[in-house]
Write a protein that binds this ligand. Structure first.
Ligand code: SF4
Length: 348
């Protein structure tokens, strides 16, 4: 099987040399910039990363600048990318790099792996793209391309399949262009060997050696064990408004959406009369329902805006105006639907 992977190296490098997309992180050779792009691109579409990548590097141009920043500042710059734990881990890793490696990423796969938020894939990507070291970087795209190229029906959600693919790629990765090779396989997966549909084999540079295509099984691969159902959670979001201010509170430092700012909310879906009964002097307005899907949970939310003439006591909350929410406090995408309405005028 490795013969097929070996034979795929040259055509993939040739294809990548002419077909690769121009992306801001490909213009830079700075390992920090490569690391940032890899973290931002995890579970996030390129289109969402593009407008935020340069702005983040402008705000924190070096690892030292990132390490010295406040956690809220970093999360604010991350706003819109979701999965904020990545931002916290990036920040923490920058501090470790300053303490242990004088502010420079170590040019060593094992040392990279030990940094917070850097798994096998990311360490391989930084090592190969940032430092030219021959390490594979196996993500979902790479697993799909390899499964189809070899017509391999092993379950790609299993760690042992991922290790097997990594070790096969390790033995064929070109010593002189490891970063280009890794990016070529990933880009082929993103643009040609497409997920959840029929791959564009007619445009593929390795179609003549692809076993999955020859056997007519490519579209059925890779194989994945059935996913567990997500937990469904009903929540009520309360946008307390007093003059030009709204109440927000910081989420706990651990767990879902750690350290982000949110509108007070609680489990269950309350009714208008429940809220009106709780805040008798206020005017309550329905904001509608919204849904947000996390990896393991789905939030089904209903929201109300509560107009107060005087600030009510709200334990753990602070009051902020629109500019402060815009510039200082990162509100997660899960609450974007309510954040958009928080400062609009009252309905007539
Ligand atoms: Fe994927 Fe088709 Fe190329 Fe095989 S020939 S790697 S299935 S795009």
């Amino acid at each position: 099987m490795n013969e097929i992977l070996k034979a795929a190296v040259k055509p993939l490098l040739k294809w990548y040399a002419t077909e690769k997309r121009s992306l801001p992180w490909r213009e830079r050779r700075d390992p920090y910039a490569i690391w940032l792009s890899e973290i931002m691109l995890q579970q996030t579409r390129i289109e969402a990363v593009l407008p935020r990548y340069d702005a983040f590097l402008e705000a924190f141009p070096t690892i030292e600048a990132l390490a010295a920043a406040d956690g809220d500042e970093v999360r604010k710059a991350w706003q819109g990318l979701g999965y904020y734990r990545r931002a916290d881990q990036l920040h923490l890793a920058a501090q470790v790099i300053c303490e242990k490696y004088a502010g420079q990423l170590p040019a060593d796969y094992d040392a990279l792996r030990k940094l917070p938020g850097i798994g096998r894939y990311t360490a391989g990507a930084i090592a190969s793209i940032g430092f030219g070291l021959p390490h594979p970087a196996v993500d979902g795209n790479v697993l799909r391309v390899v499964a189809r190229l070899l017509a391999d029906g092993d379950d790609v959600t299993e760690a042992k399949t991922q290790r097997k693919v990594e070790s096969m790629l390790q033995s064929v990765i070109p010593q002189r262009q490891p970063g280009d090779f890794n990016q070529a396989v990933m880009e082929l997966g993103e643009r040609i060997c497409l997920p959840n549909t029929v791959p564009l084999c007619n445009e593929c540079p390795v179609s003549d050696i692809c076993v999955g295509r020859c056997k007519g099984v490519a579209a059925d691969l890779p194989r994945r064990a059935a996913k567990k159902q997500r937990r469904q959670e009903k929540r009520t979001v309360l946008v307390h408004r007093c003059g030009d201010l709204v109440a927000i509170r910081k989420r706990p430092a651990r767990g879902l959406l750690a350290n982000l700012w949110e509108f007070p909310n609680e489990e269950g879906q309350l009714k208008m009369e429940d809220i009106a009964g709780r805040y008798r002097k206020a005017t309550v307005e329905m904001l509608g329902s919204a849904k947000h899907i996390f990896t393991h949970i789905e939030w089904h939310m209903i929201g109300f805006r509560i107009w107060h003439a005087e600030k009510p006591p709200l334990p753990d909350s602070i009051w902020a105006n629109a500019a402060e929410i815009d510039e200082i406090y990162a509100i997660p995408t899960a609450m974007r639907f309510y954040a958009k309405q928080a400062f609009s005028k009252a309905k007539e």
